[in-house]
Ligand binder design. Structure first.
Ligand code: SF4
Length: 273
């Protein structure tokens, strides 16, 4: 016992202060690719996940990047395109709408996020205000693995360790959907699990929040196929999409807090020039 106490004193506090203080990812961390419009942009074919697409416009054509599909592999920023694309370190990418994860690479000193036809922001704001009224600053979540490779699941597990300690923010995971205020979904939602996912979400009392974690659950990597539905929003409306493959723990914390309305989803306009 004495040895444990001495070790604890020697180690000191390891818990991150994020989001109260900014977090600095490790040196080799790869975040959102930063595109610089102009010459030398990589062709869409360079992206192994189809995250980059080309679209005609008045000036010819421009590229768009779908962060839901991006796995932050860094291939589009390799040597031959390093002048046009840089590997960014941004991880606070969660968005309340799938459409907000799409970035138009345009040459007007701003990233243009595609605007959805409806106004999901207003609807989300109304839902969030109701959720905050009911939940206050406490949130209990049920994690649903809907066919993931377990990478996102490991990052979710890390939220409970002493480094991230998400309970310090009033957030915890529970075993039963009946005890939960919302669900966190990982994986592309396989057809075999679809009914279980739907019933579990419906077992969470209203108002509930649904958070899609990772490139699979956001509907980026896997489309609809014989084995997959192609994302959590094929089962139930999603309140917050957290891109990444997998998203790092702070990115998940950011997304959960966005869902609770404590933080605003930060637009990435400063990351594209
Ligand atoms: S970093 Fe993203 S956009 Fe670039 S090649 Fe990899 S998956 Fe595609």
């Amino acid at each position: 016992m004495l040895r444990i106490l001495i070790n604890a004193l020697r180690t000191g506090v390891v818990t991150t202060r994020y989001p109260a203080e900014p977090n600095s990812p490790p040196e080799r961390f790869r975040g959102q690719p930063i595109f610089r419009p102009g010459t030398g942009l990589p062709p869409p074919e360079v992206c192994p996940t189809g995250a980059i697409s080309e679209h005609p416009d008045a000036g010819g054509s421009h590229l768009a990047v779908d962060l839901a599909r991006c796995v932050f592999c860094g291939r589009c920023a390799e040597d031959q395109w390093s002048g046009a694309v840089a590997t960014g370190r941004e991880f606070e990418l969660a968005a309340r709408s799938r459409a907000d994860l799409r970035i138009e690479v345009v040459d007007d000193d701003a990233a243009v996020h595609a605007k959805p036809a409806s106004d999901p922001e207003a609807e989300a704001a109304r839902a969030l205000s109701e959720i905050r009224r009911v939940l206050g600053r406490s949130l209990h979540l049920r994690h649903l693995d809907a066919g993931s490779c377990n990478a996102c699941d490991w990052e979710l597990t890390a939220l409970l360790n002493p480094v991230y300690d998400i309970r310090r923010l009033g957030i915890d995971f529970v075993a039963s959907p009946r005890h939960a205020d919302g669900v966190v979904i990982t994986g592309p939602v396989t057809r075999n699990l679809a009914t279980a996912v739907r019933r579990t979400i419906e077992a969470v009392p209203e108002p509930r929040i649904v958070i899609a974690v990772g490139a699979c659950a956001t509907g980026g990597i896997f489309g609809e196929g014989y084995a997959n539905l192609g994302g959590a929003d094929q089962i139930h409306p999603v309140d917050v999409y957290i891109p990444g493959c997998p998203p790092r723990p702070e990115a998940i914390i950011f997304g959960i807090l966005v869902a609770l309305g404590r933080l605003e989803s930060r637009k990435t306009s400063t990351s594209i020039v």
